[in-house]
Ligand binder design. Structure first.
Ligand code: NAG
Ligand code: NAG
Ligand code: NAG
Ligand code: NAG
Ligand code: NAG
Ligand code: NAG
Length: 341
């Protein structure tokens, strides 16, 4: 028995050095809802008191230039936190093209230059003080705020990782065709529950998606049937078919995710999911679980976004705590996009 345990531990360590195998291992961070030592709202109060204002000012500049960068930077935090924790490893550059950035799920991810722009501004005023991981978390919050969403408090104090491995991104990011069982599993291995799942999915209330991420699944080859997803509203499907060409594998044409209010952080997403006019299988999948579907139904009918907004603050805080490096772990570096090979 003792020997068997030892063997298992050795195998885990060997795998962890190269690829984290997200779905196979339980989360190493604190359980959701529990504070993480080293993270606090206002971590930079003494060392860089103006950091939140600096990030917000840059974010205003960025979304004024191109509003779609707001939703892109919100997506960015998911790609950071769900893969190896919120440690800015998504920013690391692999010359060998074997880093997180090079993984298929990172295709079309935007915001690298903008995170670097914000970091440069922060470096001017507070050199070698603020981590890239914290900048990603603040930028995501401000993307929400600048889309008329809540300006919730962001915990800071994260430090940046030095490892970026393609397979982590392949393993740990739920694909857009995930069913409800897969979605809950992807989240639970990160310490996130059904409530986090349904609330964080509400991020799809802003932004766009490329046809290649949903057209086959929902319009042209649902479950390999060669046809359309029968649960998709026919009128909506027809308009999507106009935008997305059949049989085009890498169609980078973009459509809005929440058609009625694509740049406003509101309850539109839940109304879409409830009325069968959401974009991804993973959105519609929220109707296939009694708890997530009940939440969708309640938010779709809600008169005010207040409950969603306060749930969102909690869920983003939970996600922001995944496998973070604090204290003496990790590093603070001058630029986020360091080379790993
Ligand atoms: C930073 O200051 C804010 C506002 O006064 C306060 O709410 C927060 O607790 C402070 N955080 C730390 C870590 O000192
Ligand atoms: C990356 O490429 C370098 C040479 O350019 C090589 O020495 C190294 O082993 C490669 N690393 C990986 C992880 O493939
Ligand atoms: C539809 O999916 C099935 C099963 O994955 C596949 O065999 C078939 O080639 C696909 N059809 C098209 C037109 O891509
Ligand atoms: C599909 O959506 C259209 C437009 O939003 C709506 O008029 C229609 O009633 C919906 N169809 C069904 C079956 O729900
Ligand atoms: C979309 O794809 C076309 C052809 O593959 C390419 O020329 C174009 O630059 C791409 N557009 C974007 C925004 O990536
Ligand atoms: C959505 O589709 C399901 C069947 O897939 C149907 O039972 C339900 O009534 C539809 N909802 C609306 C609001 O049209």
């Amino acid at each position: 028995m003792a020997l068997r345990r030892l063997v298992v531990v050795v195998v885990v360590a060997a795998v962890a050095a190269s690829c984290r195998q997200g779905l196979a291992f339980p989360a190493m961070s604190a359980l959701p809802g529990l504070p993480v030592a080293g993270l606090a709202v206002g971590f930079y109060n003494a060392t860089c008191p103006q950091v939140e204002e600096l990030v917000l000012a840059e974010m205003r500049d960025i979304v004024q230039r191109d509003w779609t960068l707001g939703p892109a930077l919100l997506r960015f935090m998911f790609h950071d936190c769900l893969v190896r924790g919120c440690d800015a490893s998504i920013m690391l550059i692999s010359r060998n093209r074997t880093g997180e950035q090079d993984a298929a799920p990172s295709y079309g991810l935007r915001g690298y230059d903008e995170i670097e722009q914000i970091k440069a501004k922060v470096e001017e005023e507070c050199p070698m003080t603020v981590s890239c991981a914290d900048i990603i978390a603040m930028a995501a919050r401000d993307a929400v705020y600048l889309s008329q969403g809540p300006r919730y408090p962001v915990e800071t104090g994260r430090r940046d990782g030095k490892v970026s491995v393609m397979c982590d991104a392949n393993n740990d990011l739920p694909p857009p065709f995930s069913n409800i069982v897969d979605l809950k599993t992807y989240f639970s291995v990160k310490g996130l529950g059904w409530k986090d799942l349904v609330v964080l999915s509400g991020s799809h209330t802003i932004g766009r998606a490329q046809c290649s991420t949903f057209a086959a699944d929902r319009l042209y080859n649902f479950s390999g049937s060669g046809g359309q997803d029968p649960s998709l509203n026919k009128t909506y499907a027809a308009s999507l078919r106009e935008a997305c060409e059949a049989g085009l594998q890498n169609d980078n044409t973009t459509v809005y995710m929440d058609t009625s209010s694509p740049s406003t952080f509101d309850l539109g997403y839940y109304r879409d999911v409830y009325s069968n006019t959401s974009l991804f299988l993973s959105d519609q999948a929220l109707m296939h679980d009694r708890w997530t579907s009940a939440y969708v139904e309640r938010m779709a009918a809600a008169a005010s976004p207040d409950e969603f907004f306060s749930d969102y603050a909690v869920a983003m805080t939970n996600m922001g705590r995944i496998e973070v490096l604090t204290g003496d772990n990790g590093e603070i570096r001058k630029t986020c996009g360091a080379h790993v090979d």
